[in-house]
Every structure is written in structure tokens, then in C-alpha cells.
Write a protein that binds this ligand. Structure first.
Ligand SMILES: NC(=O)c1ccc[n+]([C@@H]2O[C@H](COP(=O)([O-])OP(=O)(O)OC[C@H]3O[C@@H](n4cnc5c(N)ncnc54)[C@H](OP(=O)(O)O)[C@@H]3O)[C@@H](O)[C@H]2O)c1
Length: 280
């Protein structure tokens, strides 16, 4: 996805994957900076750890308490900071790392663009408030959702997310449990659906998919989970989690390149890689 985006922008860059032990994360970030990398993406289990390891935090990383994107910058003779993609970067003396979070925006963007849902005016149920589901719940509340239902296997986690939303986004009413009336959007943030034979992430004795407008499943492999299949069969709008993955990556590329990301090219590349499209 990133290499296709880089190519579409005509940039002379390469995106590479490195397996780094958490104990070596500080050294890896410092090493990438010293080698004048333009930036990094980080995934589980590095996202929280990196908050304390970068030199500066963008407001997105401060707000969500996690870093999934780092941009390296250098200071010019006037004291201004620039991306290391800047043509004069070889002359920069002082370097620094800046941490961002592009995950939270991506889930809302995916629901709004891929399902044509307006979060602010929607009643939403999120099942599964682990790492990704918690951020989705907070972001949905931050985006103006007035009524949010949350369900999680471990009740204490649902309670802790409810308290966090109540203190940070008091305009959003949060209810633990299934809604009794129609909702606009159901988001699956559990890992149920990843494996063959998984049960549905919702209890159909507590909610009818006929009373759900649209379903977003964060899972993108398989492309159609049992939840999406069941929701489609009764006429819900549905989308899998591929958009979320594309949008967090597109935003990272924009942070590094300071240019608009070629989202369509990145999505096509990802689909070809994950689903093995015929025209790959
Ligand atoms: N599309 C994307 O870009 C993207 C990005 C990140 C994650 N994801 C997907 O989102 C899902 C969650 O990922 P995560 O990183 O948030 O994982 P996580 O932190 O481990 O959270 C897993 C969630 O699933 C629930 N769960 C797991 N097994 C369950 C079961 N048997 N019955 C009921 N609930 C169960 C957990 O409930 P408990 O709290 O009770 O354990 C928790 O709410 C995964 O499917 C992952 O692939 C997609």
C-alpha cells in the first residue's frame, strides 16, 4: 500500500518492514533518525511505548495516548523544523522525532466515507472495546455522536471506556448494553470473525440486525465475516475494515510527504495484496 502510494506520488522512497523487540524500540527510533529515515509506522505492541520515546508529540498522539506514525525532522539555520524529505536535509544539524496518531481519524473516516454515515447524527453500537474498539468509541464520541451503546465481553473494560467518555466528551450519552430501538451503525471491534467457526460478535437474542442501518466490521480478512454476511442478507449497508487500514496509512503518507495521498492507488494495492485480485 505505502510503496504504491509512494510510487504514485513519484517519490524516490521505499517502505520497509522491520521486526523490532519492544526493549529495542528506543534504539530503533534513534537509529532510523540518525540514518535520515523520513518516518516510521509502528504497530502493536509499540504504539503506547512510543509515546514516551519520541521528542515531540503531535496533538493527535497526545489525544489518543498512542503513536502509530513518526515523522523525523531537522532544524535549518533559521531555527525552523522541516521534514527530512526536505531537499536541504543533509545540512540540518539538529534532528528530532515527532509522534502522531492516524488510527483514530481513520475509523471515523471509513464509516463516514465507506458507509455514508454521519457520525454526529447517528445512534451507534460498538461491540468490543479492546485496543481498536476503545479508540473508535472515544473518537465517535469526540466526533459528536450523541448516543453510544457499548458491549464488551469483559464488563470492567466497557465501564472504564464509559467513564473515560463521560469525563472527556460529556456531550455523548454512553450506555452499556444493547439498544432497544433502531440504531444507525453497528461497529464490530472484537476479533470474532477472524477465524473459521467464530460465533457472531453480537447476541442476536438481544438485537435484531433488521433494526440496524449499517455495519462496520474492523476485520478485513476474511473480506466478508459472518456478521457482514448476516447483515447484508437483511439489507444493511456493510463494510469491512480495509478502509480503516487504508486511511491510517494514507494519513501517514501525507504527514511524511506533505502532499495529498493517492488513496485509490493505495486501496487497490492493498486489495491486491490481501485478496489477491486477478489484475494484481
Ligand atoms: N482495520 C484495521 O485497520 C484494524 C486495526 C486494528 C484492529 N483491527 C481489528 O479489530 C479487532 C480488535 O483488535 P484489537 O487490536 O482491538 O484487539 P484487542 O485489544 O485484543 O481487543 C479484542 C476485543 O475482542 C474481544 N474478544 C476477543 N475474543 C472474544 C470472544 N471470544 N468473545 C467476545 N469478545 C471477544 C475482546 O473482549 P475482552 O475485552 O473481553 O477481551 C476485546 O474487546 C481485530 O479483529 C483486529 O483485526 C482492525
Amino acid at each position: 500500500m505505502q510503496n504504491s502510494g509512494i510510487e504514485a506520488l513519484g517519490l524516490d522512497w521505499r517502505y520497509l518492514a522491520f521486526n523490532v523487540h519492544p526493549d529495542s524500540l528506543a534504539d530503533a527510533i534513534r537509529g532510523a533518525q540518525n540514518m535520515h529515515f523520513v518516518g516510521l509506522n509502528l504497530t502493536v505492541p509499540h504504539k503506547q511505548l512510543a509515546v514516551g520515546l519520541v521528542d515531540e508529540l503531535d496533538s493527535s498522539a497526545r489525544e489518543w495516548g498512542a503513536v502509530n506514525t513518526i515523522r523525523f525532522e531537522g532544524k535549518d539555520a533559521n531555527g525552523d523544523w522541516h521534514s527530512l524529505a526536505h531537499p536541504d536535509s543533509d545540512g540540518f544539524l539538529e534532528l528530532r522525532s515527532v509522534g502522531y496518531n492516524t488510527d483514530a481519524d481513520a475509523v471515523v473516516r471509513a464509516c463516514e466515507e465507506d458507509l455514508e454515515i454521519e457520525i454526529a447524527s447517528s445512534r451507534i453500537l460498538i461491540v468490543g472495546v479492546g485496543g481498536a474498539g476503545r479508540v473508535a468509541a472515544l473518537k465517535v464520541a469526540a466526533s459528536g455522536c450523541k448516543c453510544l451503546f457499548i458491549v464488551n465481553r469483559t464488563q470492567s473494560k466497557a465501564e472504564s471506556v464509559r467513564e473515560e467518555i463521560r469525563s472527556r466528551f460529556p456531550g455523548c450519552e454512553v450506555i452499556i448494553g444493547y439498544p432497544e430501538e433502531r440504531i444507525d451503525l453497528l461497529i464490530n471491534g472484537t476479533s470474532l470473525g477472524l477465524k473459521d467457526g467464530d460465533s457472531l460478535p453480537v447476541d442476536l437474542s438481544r438485537i435484531s440486525l433488521l433494526s440496524v442501518g449499517a455495519v462496520y466490521d474492523m476485520i478485513y480478512q476474511p473480506a466478508e465475516t459472518p456478521l457482514l454476511r448476516a447483515a447484508k442478507a437483511v439489507g444493511c449497508k456493510v463494510s469491512n475494515g480495509l478502509g480503516m487500514l487504508v486511511y491510517q496509512g494514507a494519513k501517514a503518507l501525507e504527514i511524511w510527504s506533505e502532499r495529498e495521498a493517492p488513496v485509490a492507488a493505495m486501496r487497490l494495492a492493498l486489495e491486491a495484496h490481501i485478496y489477491g485480485n486477478a489484475d494484481e
